[in-house]
Design a protein around this ligand. Structure first.
Ligand code: ATR
Length: 268
């Protein structure tokens, strides 16, 4: 049986094993997929040990995505743009890094929710690793404007500068006078029950999206709805879609995502 794993810390609640095993069943492959708790600084050793026991692929999550980027001998263009790796495989013994987070967001919005990004005005909140992962794919989808705001303004500026695209800019107070089509929360604020500071005027009529799912997304999404957002979506679909893209990289087969999403949305 082919062996895969997700590595990070904390890792106990990761849904990745359930998702990958469900994909395996749907496409008729036996997949072993486990969680491994790996702390910052421990990835090189953990990857070596996993490869030595026959492991074929690893998903990397918080706090290891930058470490995986540094350890990769070969990088996909998606990983290079994101400056982070969430999917590892091996070729001739060398670590190969890719990043499926951005495509996961796009497929969730476009295919699962039937939403169009072309020509839209997008406000991205946050300028950390999660934000870096999604900006390139959003621009590729043809958004008309990508405004970025962050608690630490200098990081938003650095992200805008790295993009070198006239459609990307730092969010300015008067940008908020006109509501956005999408307000995407890529901050870690929800982890501590906090809300990123934003003028309420950005929300009326917008689709609010949080890259995380479940209770950690609820504060931002409820606030957005109170401020007039037309819909509020958490990142569960993105999680399943990024997993599907990793599965495709490893197995060469694209699994159906809808049945897995339905199963995960069912109250337990
Ligand atoms: P990740 O990989 O999850 O993006 P990160 O790189 O540490 O993690 O980035 C966390 C992001 O959440 C940053 O944009 C951070 O803002 P700062 O750059 O100012 O640190 C943002 N963030 C975290 N806690 C926040 C809070 N309480 N309010 C607003 N933004 C917050």
């Amino acid at each position: 049986m082919s062996q895969f794993a997700v590595m990070g810390c904390p890792i106990d609640h990761s849904l990745s094993p359930v998702i990958h095993q469900a994909f395996g069943e749907l496409v008729g492959r036996s997949v072993s997929y486990e969680r491994r708790r790996v702390e910052a600084g421990g990835l090189a050793h953990a990857l070596e040990a996993f490869a030595a026991q026959g492991g074929l692929g690893v998903n990397v999550t918080v706090p290891l995505k930058t470490e995986a980027f540094s350890l990769s001998r070969r990088l996909s263009s998606r990983a290079l743009r994101a400056q982070a790796v969430n999917t590892v495989s091996w070729a001739e013994g060398a670590v190969v890094g890719d990043n499926t987070d951005g495509v996961g967001l796009i497929r969730d919005l476009r295919d699962n929710h039937g939403l169009a990004l072309r020509g839209s005005r997008v406000l991205l909140v946050g300028a950390g690793g999660a934000a870096w992962g999604v900006v390139g794919p959003l621009l590729d989808e043809g958004v008309a404007q990508l405004a970025i705001t962050n608690r630490t303004a200098a990081r938003a500026q650095a992200l805008v500068d790295s993009l070198g695209d006239v459609r990307a800019s730092v969010f300015l107070a008067d940008d908020g006078d006109k509501p956005f089509d999408y307000v995407i929360n890529a901050t870690a604020a929800g982890l501590s029950g906090a809300l990123p500071a934003l003028p309420e005027t950005v929300f009326p009529g917008a689709v609010a999206y949080d890259l995380v799912y479940g209770p950690r997304a609820q504060g931002f999404l409820s606030h957005a709805q109170r401020c007039g957002a037309r819909s509020a979506l958490d990142g569960l679909g993105m999680l399943v879609e990024q997993a599907a893209e990793s599965f495709f990289l490893w197995h060469g087969v694209r699994p159906p995502t809808e049945p897995v999403l339905q199963k995960l949305r069912m109250p337990s």
